[in-house]
Design a protein around this ligand. Sequence first.
Ligand SMILES: [Zn+2]
Length: 473
Amino acid sequence: MSLQFHPSTLFRSAAATSALVLAGLTAAPGAAQDEGFPILFTNVHVFDGVSEERIENANVLVTGNLIIEVSTEPLAVANAQIIDGGGRTLMPGLIDSHVHLYATGLVQSFAGLQAAKWDQIGATAAENARDYLYDGYTTVRDTGGMGSGLRELIDSGIVDGPRIYASGAAIGPTSGHGDWRNPEQRTYNMGSDDVANTLNLSYIADGPDEIRKASRLNFAHGASFLKLMAGGGVSSELDPLWSVAYSTDEIEAAVEAASFFDTYVTVHAYTDETVSMALDAGVKSLEHAQMISEETVKRIADEGIFWALNVAGMDPALLDHPNFSMPTVKPKLEEYLTGSENVVSYIKKYKPKIVHNVDTVLSTIGFGRAHRDFEKYYFAELLGNHAFLVAATSTGGELAQLTGRRNPYPNKLGVIETGAYADILIVDGNPLEDLSVLGANPKWFDAAPRERGFDTIRLIMKDGQIYKNTLEN
Ligand SMILES: [Zn+2]
């Protein structure tokens, strides 16, 4: 949708109260916004995605799909639909910077993924997209899965969902964290039967040339950036957590391929060794990376590297859970928990660019909700509510901008300011003081199942369209 802003329809009025009355309410609440038909939010306290304090008693004007003005002065707009926020908080829609829409909800294991049918995977991905949107997420970054197909359906209004930044297939080496084949597929080199590869969920590439090919295929599928499995993983069986997966020339091949498309590479990595190799090669974003030294945290902060730190994984209570008791996984988890003990203190000291990410994968949609709710709670517990909110809004939006000319959504995301996309939540209470209004929950594996969405999120707008509105006006 293009910007439908006509300066003549917007004016500031000294006699604003009467002008607001004159502006009138001319569309049904909850209706999608017509093009050129402004929406004026009044009586809201604005968390703008950055500041530690809300802008009290503000008004926010949306025209088309953009935020046109944020002001504590009364605004009056001809023909506007007025939505009275009732003194609630207006804030940017949430951004989860590491999701797997295609590997959540249907299958709970890599073997299950290999047995899944493509239409089941696609249908479940659409259901996941709806779940994120109605939980308040207006943007997600998919770090391993297909390409732009689902995004195109969402952007054209066929499926409800958040904006999607997709990496396409996660690129990893044989026996690495992206090698999701069953043992017999690997033994007999039945590459064409690898569902993950066939559907562009993961791509096994060894050597710079194969990585170039994988990168180009991802861009052909509509990827906005590239993801490399640069080091060992917790859930994969063949790669020790401490292992290095890609050599420098392999990472550099991906960085060059990404630069040719004006975008960046992110890496799955945990340790100092893999993170340092990746940064030396020109990587601009990190997934996980919790086992690094103080020196490397400082480097990440100094160089402005984006860091998708999933905090829930650092909860020591995981050791007691049966899901992680398998002999192949438990020692890796112990190694990871020990290795990540000090990272939060380093983050508090150097303040690198952290983005909120949940990394729900190989689980049910219901468990995905519990995982998201706990991630919000635990992040805030370790780093504070404001840090969580910034990570989940403006910093996520900054990372989105790193896709350069490859960016499917070139305006600003994750902020409430003039010119940014109108991706907006109105919530009860003040999330800077109480994150439970966004669903934060201290329970995780033991959380009671819940329905989609939260009563405390009263309004969800994405791209100027209202998807939910339970305000009484
Ligand atoms: Zn992941």
